[in-house]
Design a protein around this ligand. Structure first.
Ligand code: 7GP
Length: 829
């Protein structure tokens, strides 16, 4: 009987250290137990994957132990919790990170050694969950790491895509997409919770009328239903606390199957199951673009309703009143992908739980906060009304009602005119009618933030200008951050250990302490150790790149790296123009002093983004030409690292000398790769864009290579009628570089292949590469000048790291906690 069972078990003692020890012997014993009893293998027959799985299970047990303690304290303290809603996560491989957070890497390594197993081989086997596209998804995972580390009660909700972001391979210079099979061998880190499942309705119609008591009631009669089941992955913070990543998987509702089955229609039953499961089959591989696809809307609604139903359940099982939901949960919307939550919470409160509209609206607005991650117009989500109505008829009514009340308010209380009202409406009626999700998110939240100081300002000035005028206090900034655990301690352990040996290891949870490194910036022996580690990291990367691409690079070269999604606004082609300019000058016998450089790229292109894919082909074509040209190839190499993901990224950041952050000013909301490079000692060459502005402020102007137009200058150029062709004509060297692209020299005589790219630059150049070209080339000269002074370079590299404290995701999460969520860490005994 359940009561007796729970009375008899004292959780603290169950999870006490005597039961699951962290000693080498205990790890060894658990590992063998997991192998025998967890997966039914004897060592002689165990495959590498069996061994990996057994170790993962061994570690998972220890995570749960920590976890139960956290959960206990949370429920005892009745603390306010954060629910983070994100359609994307990019956690990266779990094993090594969990060992680090449990501080058991050394004894686990020994335990494995004694069994004749190399720990690093097991770490290398792990396939990461690629449940996101880029910056937004990785940010969510850094935030989860910090929430756990800080001990803030948190659940992160998302979608358990069966196929995550595609694997990228390069064939004949082109990107080819392969399906991601991260679940192929199972996933030892997650636990399915079949009892935590919710019904999700789609389509159909609504019925308005009185219920049996005469109370007005809306009923949604759905066209179809599926079930969302929870899959939990425990996320361990550094040294202890935990948070949970709860991902929903779509399944068929049994009763549906049975109904068909009983009629003998076996096929229809199976088909329903297939259609249901489609919802969480695959991640849309677009970064910063939305396609208006029905399945995508279903994915969004699916995970949102499961998450909100779960939040309400968690609230009610504590015996709390639903009217106090906002006192107990702060719900963060990671961009607008989950913004339908605003209408869904209203539906749950009003239609299902029978609260009146005003009360429900008060709760809703006080629960939600919205983070915007981009100003790119093509990424601002909007749903066509007919599509939306087909999938979510009741939500359309609710959105109309929210909009009606809002527009009434601004018309009467604030006397806005019709043009302003049309501009602020949730419904875009300028042509075909659309729902503007950013407006819904802004109106339904008590807080709206951008992700860097500059982005938050632009958000108020441009995209949400009228809202910022109406509610100035609603808007704030939280500059992005990255976890120093994964992106320094784990991925650059030698550097982390050097740092700790000088200043102690307090920096791991208090990154500002890196400031204590400043006095050593001029210390020759510290500089030498610093640069020696960098060289080792470069050797390691060179070996990896050789294995992946066959291209050999000399670790002594300057490693100049651009790694991020391929996008015109990020301007990978500006980097290519620089490379070609170096190449052509070397060929002419100029640039005598040029320091040998390895130009390294990595990044995925959206499969439907033709120009981005052509850019990858261009980079690889330049690589082919340069790497085989014996006149230059001891001075320069070009490499495209395939399949940029968290695992590969962890090898790139520690090995970079120079970090390329060269987007057109005003385009990159924040950037987080910029932070990862700098935290690992790379110097940045960059524009005044996104968080570059703040990085430069922190590290000091002298320690940052700045070039290019400012936002204001970009605007002024646009207003004046930007003419890239004039720049092309006036700059002879630039002309040579550009013409070289279509000369056929890069493409076996084909002068047409890169023509679209060339013409785009000459006649449109929406991201103003030509305007920034000379400034970029000149700035690169300064980079090379400094590179010739190794001590100066080392000094600046050390200062960069010493001054990166601000960019810890711990600081970002503290900002969110203080400014927006009003939550505090739990006290754990
Ligand atoms: C990215 C931004 O482009 C990047 O600048 C920022 O650092 C990152 O979010 C985290 O805030 N945006 C996306 O990844 C994205 O998909 C569209 O934005 C919603």
């Amino acid at each position: 009987d359940e009561k007796k069972f729970s009375d008899k078990i004292n959780i603290a003692s169950t999870s006490g250290s005597s039961r699951i020890s962290h000693s080498k012997e205990a790890i060894k014993a658990s590992f063998l137990d997991s192998l025998f009893y967890g997966i039914g293998r004897v060592p002689a027959l165990a495959t590498p994957n069996d061994r990996y799985t057994a170790l993962a299970l061994t570690i998972r047990d220890r995570i749960f132990q920590q976890f139960i303690l956290t959960t206990e304290s949370i429920s005892k303290q009745d603390a306010r919790a954060v629910a983070y809603l994100s359609a994307e996560y990019l956690p990266g491989p779990h094993l090594a990170n969990n060992l680090l957070n449990l501080e058991i890497t050394a004894q686990t390594r020994e335990a494995m050694e004694e069994l004749g197993i190399e720990l690093d081989d097991l770490i290398a086997i792990e396939e990461e969950p690629g449940l996101g596209n880029g910056g937004l998804g990785r940010l969510a995972s850094c935030y989860l790491d910090s929430l756990a580390t800080l001990g803030i009660p948190a659940i992160a909700y998302g979608i358990r895509y069966e196929f995550g972001i595609f694997d990228q391979v390069i064939k004949d210079g082109w990107q080819v997409e392969l399906t991601d099979k991260w679940l192929h061998y199972g996933n030892p880190w997650e636990v399915v919770r079949p009892e935590i499942a919710y019904e999700v309705k789609f389509g159909g119609r609504t019925e308005h009328g009185a219920d049996s008591n005469g109370k007005f009631q809306v009923t949604w009669v759905p066209g179809s239903e599926v079930k969302g089941t929870a899959y939990d992955t425990p996320i361990l913070g550094y040294k202890g606390n935990g948070a949970v990543l709860r991902l929903w998987r779509a399944e068929a509702i049994e009763s549906f199957d049975f109904a068909a089955f009983n009629l003998g229609d076996y096929y229809r039953a199976v088909e329903a199951k297939m259609l249901s499961e489609n919802i969480t089959k695959v991640l849309y591989p677009n970064d910063q673009a939305q396609g208006g696809k029905e399945l995508r809307l279903k994915q969004q609604y699916f995970f949102v309703t499961c998450s909100l139903q779960d939040i309400i359940r968690l609230h009610l099982i504590q015996g709390r009143n639903l009217e106090r939901l906002h006192e107990k949960f702060a719900i963060q919307l990671n961009d607008t992908h989950p913004a339908i939550a605003i209408a869904e919470l209203m539906r749950l409160l009003v239609d299902v739980h029978q609260l009146d509209w005003a009360k429900a609206w008060h709760i809703t607005q006080n629960c939600f906060a919205y983070t915007n991650h981009t100003l790119l117009p093509e990424a601002l989500e909007k749903w066509s009304i007919p599509l939306f109505e087909k999938v979510l008829p009741r939500h359309l009514e609710i959105i109309y009602e929210i909009n009606h009340r809002f527009l009434e308010e601004i018309r009467h209380q604030h006397s806005y005119n019709n043009a302003q009202i049309a501009g602020m409406s949730i419904i875009d009626e300028s042509g075909e009618r659309y729902i503007r999700m950013a407006h819904l998110a802004t109106i339904g939240s008590h807080s709206v933030n951008g992700v860097s100081a500059m982005h938050s300002e632009l958000l108020k000035k441009e995209v949400l200008h009228d809202f910022a005028g109406l509610w100035p206090d609603k808007f704030c900034n939280v500059t992005n951050g990255i976890t120093p655990r994964r992106f320094l301690y784990l991925s650059n352990t030698p550097l982390a250990e050097l740092i700790s040996s000088y200043i102690g290891n307090g920096w791991i949870t208090d990154l500002d302490q890196l400031r204590k490194l400043e006095p050593y910036a001029d210390d020759v022996s510290f500089q030498n150790s610093w640069m020696e580690i960098k060289l080792n990291n470069k050797q390691h990367l060179a070996a990896l790149l050789q294995k992946q691409t066959g291209i050999e690079i000399d670790p002594a070269m300057l490693f100049d790296i651009q790694a991020k999604r391929i996008h015109e606004y990020k301007r990978q082609h500006l980097k290519v123009l620089h490379i070609l300019s170096v190449y052509l000058r070397l060929k002419k016998g100029e640039l005598i002093n040029f320091s040998p450089s390895a130009f390294i790229f990595a990044g995925k292109a959206a499969p439907g983004y033709i120009m981005a894919k052509l850019l990858i082909k261009l980079i690889n074509s330049v690589a082919d030409l340069v790497n085989q040209d014996t006149e230059v190839n001891d001075k320069m190499k070009v490499v495209f690292m395939p399949d940029f993901n968290v695992k590969n990224a962890q090898n790139l950041y520690p090995a970079a000398d120079l970090s390329e952050q060269i987007s057109m000013a005003g385009m990159e909301a924040s950037g987080t790769g910029n932070m990862k490079f700098s935290l690992n000692g790379a110097l940045t060459i960059g524009t005044l864009d996104g968080a570059n502005v703040e990085i430069r402020q922190e590290v000091g102007e002298d320690n940052f290579f700045l070039f290019g137009l400012s936002v204001e200058q970009v605007q002024a150029n646009k207003t004046a009628g930007y003419q890239p062709y004039d720049i092309y004509q006036q700059n002879q060297h630039l002309r040579e570089v550009l013409d070289f692209i279509v000369s056929g020299a890069l493409s076996q005589g084909d002068t047409q292949l890169f023509r679209p790219l060339y013409e785009n630059l000459l006649y449109q150049d929406p991201f103003m590469l030509l305007a920034d070209y000379q400034s970029y080339i000149d700035c690169q000269e300064q980079v090379h000048e400094l590179w010739r002074e190794p001590k100066e370079w080392a000094r600046k590299s050390i200062l960069n790291v010493a001054r990166m404290g601000k960019f810890s995701s711990d600081r970002s999460i503290r900002d969110y906690s203080d400014l927006i969520w009003k939550v505090t860490p739990i006290n754990k005994k």
